[in-house]
Design a protein around this ligand. Sequence first.
Ligand code: ZN
Ligand code: ZN
Length: 328
Amino acid sequence: MKVHFWGTQGSLPAPFTASIIREKVFRALEAAQGKQLDSADAINQFIDEELPFSVGGTYGSNTACIQVDNPGGAYMLCDCGSGLRDFGLSLVRAGLAKTPATFHIFMSHLHWDHLQGFPFFVPAFVKGNKIIIHTYHEQTEACFREQMRPPVFPVPFDALGADIEFDVQEPGTPYNIEGFEITSIEQNHPGISYGYRFSKGGKVAVYSTDSEHKHDAYEENYPFLDFFRDADLLIFDAQYTMADATFTKANWGHSSNVMGVELAARAGVKTLAIFHHEPTSSDQALDEFLFNTRMYCNIYHQEAGKKLGPELYPKKIILAYDGLDIEV
Ligand SMILES: [Zn+2]
Ligand SMILES: [Zn+2]
């Protein structure tokens, strides 16, 4: 199973300024001083192996949208953040925008950072395409229409060429689509959100964004442990530090990196992907956040590892970024 990240930021897109790019260029040139970078291979190797990701790359600026790869079948996506626009443009660039296709989109919830890419999703304008929006929120269609109603948007929803269907189900209803078994869980978030667990061919990827785990997460039978159980990949909303999640931003509907490690370790998750990044964090701050999360995981394994059995999880912790592909 392969997962592609089109948008990973939380709350709102967070694009760069010229001064941020300048700072990256400055740090790269500073690090390059005295190195033999006289070929394209040497330069690429230097970028990939010696520069921190915050200098040689970026964690991105688009809001939530991920794709679960389904070669030869319908497109499988979660959420319509601004990353959805880039997904649509990738089809245009690949010459696929005019080929009729089916898109299944699973909605976590209706906050604007999870809807705002849809009015810019090129395949929605193309006749012959079918888009099925799977949701447990009754107001989904109204929200999609509202964000395209004048005077806030020039093109009304009814002008879209694609056949767009809203599949509103009772919360908890599982799906079996394109060979994927998809189950869901209700999450603690203002207005309620839902996590999705995709299983196919013995592989499992869980998309769990906009979800606040409180103190009951430490209970033995916490329901998310089963939902995350043995996942090959867990995409987890860790927008906050432990201090923010516990004090200043308690009840804002998001969780911490520490909680991500705690739940991934107990549920036997192989790869923990931190997601829904705080938009005020710089790339450098996110590098440090990842470093601290891995450090905490090592400490957690030393302290609590003995209780967890011979195998320690998560095996790997990453910070998702726009454009990242993960094969699980
Ligand atoms: Zn969000
Ligand atoms: Zn939200």
